[in-house]
Structures are given as C-alpha cells and as structure tokens.
Design a protein around this ligand. Structure first.
Ligand code: UT7
Length: 321
C-alpha cells in the first residue's frame, strides 16, 4: 500500500513586491538580489492570512482532485507563521472545507515542512489508518521578516501550496530525513508569545535571523547527499528521475545541487524568481504550477527535497499519478 497525490492547489497573494521596492527599504539593488538569489519578485499578504491562504489552496487541490471535503480524513498544515495558535490552522481549514471527518493538526518544520507533511501523510495512508489526506504548506513570512535586514528580507515571500493524497495499492518508496539541532543557530526566530515587555517585541531576535552562508553551505552539501541516499534506498537510478522539485530558496543552491548530483539543470524546475522563498509552501506551489502546465506526466518519478531551520533536511521519491 502507498499514497499518491491526486490533486494540487496553491494560492499567492495578489500584491507583488519587486526588488526595487526592497531597495527603497534597505541598501541593496535589483541586480544584486537577482545575481545572488535569482529572486525578482515575491507575493506579500495584504488582507490574506496563513489560514485564508491555506483554505484557498486546499479548496483548489480538492477541486483539482475531484475530492469532497467530507471524504478527507486527515489534514496536515505545515507552517511557522500562522495567524492562529488555537485552534490550529488545520482545524480552521477543516471548518472552511466542511471536512467533518478529518483528523487535523499543524506541524512546525519550516522549509522541510512540505516534505515532512508528505512523508507523514504517506505513513498514515500506507499504514491503512486513513484513506484520503490533505497536506498544506502555508506561510506569511512577511510577518516574521525584519524589513531592515538586507541579509534576509530580500529572500522571503508569502503563499500556500496544497496536495490531496489517496491511499492506493502500489509500491511505497521510503523517504530520507535528517535533523541536526546542534546547528540550530544558523536560522532562528524567537516567538512573540513570551513574557517579554512589548517594547522588546521589535528586537531583531523576534524576526528571522540567518547566517546565510552557513545555511547555503549546509544545503549544497546535505541536499545532494539526501537525494543520493533516497535513490539508493529505493534502488532507483538517477536516469529514472524526471524532476527534482527542490525547496525554492536560492537559484544558486539549486544549481549547485544539480552540479553535485551531475544531473542536468533542466530537471530542476524553479519558480523562486516569482515567489522568493515561501518556506513550507514552496514545493506545493511548484508542484501545482507544474501540474497545471502539464509538465508533470503520469508515471514520472519525481524527487522532492527540502532543507532549512532546525537544521532539517530530507528527500522523498514519488511516482506521479
Ligand atoms: O530556506 C532555507 C533558508 N535560507 C536559505 O537557504 C538561504 C541561504 N543563503 C543564501 O541564500 C545567501 O547566503 C544570501 C542570499 C542570504 C546571501 O548571499 P551571499 O552570496 O552568501 O552573500 P554574503 O552574505 O556572503 O555577502 C556578500 C557581500 C557582503 O559584503 P562584503 O562583506 O563582501 O563587502 C554583504 O554585506 O554582499 C553584502 N550583502 C548585500 N549587498 C547588497 C549582503 N546582503 C546584501 C544585499 N544587497 N541584500
């Protein structure tokens, strides 16, 4: 028994912030940002919230898969930037979809979140506990971004990506995931829900802080290792892989991973130029885009790979529906 993705959906806020707007806030330039990251624009919430984007992406995924709300028996939302703590975002999605039969919970796994949500749903589906799952990555990173820090504010964006999964007879591919809490300092953000006086809430620690070079080096080394590990574990040759759908953090990271794997860059689709880094939403948004423009074809083998705060990283193989 395994689980397959049978529908995808995504949502991006209509407000688009380009690099020149960022250059009006911090000392940087469109040229620098494009060259060092590949990012040209990012979508930023105005009226939207993490919950509203998750609901919209989820509705589109259900529509796409021809699945009714009441059929869903598991909803997992990956987010580090929800506007609600209680009830969890997944329960808010349940309410909106009328998915009264679903078990709902959120997970906090940052940029590895979509891969971990996929693996978690896969474990439940292949184990026979549930039949239909909805996984969603939804992020309002602009609320956690320090708009005075040019080392981070150039990178991030907001959005949501979702996928519906069904239990199905077939081969179950085993994922590979790793965590290294010892390196957690490379990417941090303190919660604002603490007993700190309000005037300290705007201190830099309450926004995302990153050692960009450390995260860059970690990603370039660990992601190819995880991809090779997942392929070996499942006895799959690189030639069989149609697409490597990576977390969209930086074009140079994607290029370096392709080079280390000795695979053509054409197998590594990117949309970070439009969205920036949307953390746990990025892989879901890209999957949805590729499904809609028909790049994803039945029977193709796909690797999804995530990495980020924790530090955490991992890769999974799937066969497209
Ligand atoms: O989702 C997972 C989490 N995040 C990531 O995957 C991000 C990984 N890291 C990165 O993408 C890159 O490290 C950054 C894009 C954040 C930075 O690029 P970099 O090539 O590593 O730049 P750097 O930090 O080594 O800085 C190079 C220079 C420095 O100037 P000096 O010391 O050489 O004079 C920086 O002060 O560029 C300067 N700099 C900037 N200049 C213009 C740093 N940020 C900017 C900026 N605009 N926004």
């Amino acid at each position: 028994m395994t689980g397959i993705i049978c529908g995808t959906g995504s949502y991006a806020p209509s407000y688009i912030m380009d690099n020149n707007e960022i250059a009006s806030m911090v000392e940087t330039s469109d040229e620098w940002i494009r060259e060092r990251t590949g990012v040209a624009t990012r979508h930023i919430i105005k009226d939207e919230t993490t919950v509203s984007m998750a609901c919209e992406a989820a509705k589109r995924a259900l529509d796409d898969g021809g699945v009714k709300g009441e059929e869903v028996d598991l909803i997992i939302v990956s987010t580090i930037s929800s506007n609600v703590i209680l009830p969890c975002t997944a329960c808010e999605v349940q309410k909106e979809l009328g998915a009264m039969n679903a078990t709902c919970f959120d997970m906090s796994a940052a940029c590895s979140g979509f891969v971990l949500a996929y693996n978690t749903a896969l474990a439940y589906l292949s184990g026979g506990m549930y039949k239909t799952a909805l996984i969603i990555g939804s992020e309002s990173l602009s609320n956690l971004t320090n708009w005075k820090d040019r080392g981070t504010c150039i990178l991030f964006g907001d959005g949501a990506g979702a996928a519906v999964m069904r239990a199905k007879e077939g081969r179950m591919y085993l994922p590979v995931t790793h965590s290294d809490g010892m390196k957690g300092k490379a990417l941090t953000c303190l919660s604002r829900h603490t007993k700190v006086s309000p005037e300290h809430m705007t201190d830099p620690e309450y926004y995302m802080q990153m050692d960009g070079q450390a995260v860059f080096k970690f990603a370039v080394k660990k992601v190819p290792e995880a991809v090779n590990e997942v392929l070996e574990k499942n006895h799959i040759d690189k030639k069989e892989i149609a697409w490597y759908i990576m977390h969209q953090a930086n074009r140079r990271i994607v290029e370096a991973v392709a080079k280390r794997l000795d695979e053509p860059i054409e197998k590594f689709p990117m949309n970070l130029q439009e969205y920036g880094n949307t953390s746990s939403a990025s892989i879901g948004i890209l999957l949805d885009e590729m499904k809609r423009d028909k790049r994803l074809k039945s029977g193709q083998k796909i690797v999804i790979a995530g990495f980020g705060a924790g530090l955490t990283w991992g890769a999974s193989v799937m066969e497209w529906m």
